[in-house]
Design a protein around this ligand. Structure first.
Ligand SMILES: C[S@@+](CC[C@H](N)C(=O)[O-])C[C@H]1O[C@@H](n2cnc3c(N)ncnc32)[C@H](O)[C@@H]1O
Length: 296
């Protein structure tokens, strides 16, 4: 795949049928990212409180649907199968839309499909009860986040809820790509945007926002070299750089050496993920049940 292409274009090349094997290797490690998101908020209670009406949901940058899969498996949403949630999918990759559609089951019902970027979305203003983008907006350049997030925000009904989960600059996903670009692209190319930039853009739009940080570690046994290589290549959307080169070219070599735990013969990648709930007013962020606080 083309290493000279910039971040968004390489993302599109990897979110494709030819990128499937690499994607599957990546999710051997990254599937749990979505379990943490499914367990980070009282999703069941939120949906339960709206069960008297049909709901419309937008999954922005839907990828292969790991978040709805985790909600069904770990958050108990599968038990709300008498709910009716029309689930719209948006992604510039037709492959992603196709993959995500296949995981949908009750209470989610496949709805409209938008094969486009968030920035180009011809959204229906005020149409959605809920819209989320989970580990999804890294390839939206920081300067385009305000335009993209405004679309998500305006697409919400007055009582609607938005949710974005995205790695922070000092967590592995974003930090690794910063060092990778410094090492192999002389610092050029478009950096991933991060969760703080998302939060700031939401606040500047005038949204009511509630944020927290999720901390956890992705562990890769050092002996599993092929897995480690595919995982890191996927983190950078660049399969032209071998693990060997990553381990021996500075400054990435030092980043990887610092992540290596000799006592366990494992790589430990520290993840820090910014979670932001947003709405048109503070009331839109409040669940009736006090146990449902969205806290760290
Ligand atoms: C890691 S996946 C998202 C995972 C997904 N939320 C899930 O539940 O599995 C990232 C997705 O973002 C999409 N993407 C990249 N740039 C985008 C943009 N500007 N607007 C919308 N989607 C974008 C990619 O095509 C890819 O499918």
């Amino acid at each position: 795949m083309n290493m000279t292409a910039d971040t968004f274009q390489r993302s599109c090349e990897h979110w494709s049928d030819s990128g499937r094997a690499e994607m599957e290797a990546f999710y051997e490690l990254a599937r749990v990212d979505y379990r943490y998101l499914a367990e980070a908020y009282s999703w069941t209670n939120w949906f339960n409180q709206r069960r008297d009406s049909a709901l419309r949901l937008a999954d922005i940058a839907c990828g292969s649907g790991k978040f709805p899969e985790a909600l069904l498996e770990f958050a108990g949403l599968d038990r709300l199968d008498d709910l009716n949630v029309r689930y719209d999918l948006l992604d510039p990759s037709e492959f992603s839309v196709r993959e995500a559609r296949q995981v949908l089951r009750a209470p989610f019902e496949a709805g409209e499909e938008f094969v486009c970027t968030l920035q180009d979305w011809k959204y229906a203003a005020g149409a959605y009860d809920i819209a989320w983008a989970t580990h999804a907006l890294y390839c939206v350049p920081a300067e385009e986040l305000p335009v993209g997030l405004e679309r998500m925000f305006r697409a919400l009904q007055p009582s609607g809820l938005g949710f974005v989960a995205q790695g922070l600059r000092d967590g592995h996903y974003v930090a690794f790509y910063d060092v990778f670009r410094e090492t192999f692209q002389a610092g050029g190319g478009t950096p991933y945007s991060d969760g703080s930039q998302v939060e700031l853009a939401l606040r500047e739009l005038g949204a009511a926002v509630k944020s927290r940080v999720l901390n956890y570690t992705t562990v890769v046994p050092a002996k599993r070299k092929a897995l480690l290589e595919s995982y890191l290549q996927r983190c950078a959307f660049d399969d032209t750089v071998s693990l060997e080169r990553m381990l021996t070219t500075e400054p990435l070599a030092s980043y990887l050496a610092a992540s290596y735990r000799q006592d366990r013969d494992e790589y430990h990648f520290r993840q820090r993920v910014g979670l932001s709930l947003f709405a048109h007013s503070d009331a839109g962020l409040t669940l009736r049940d006090r146990e449902d606080e969205f806290t760290a």
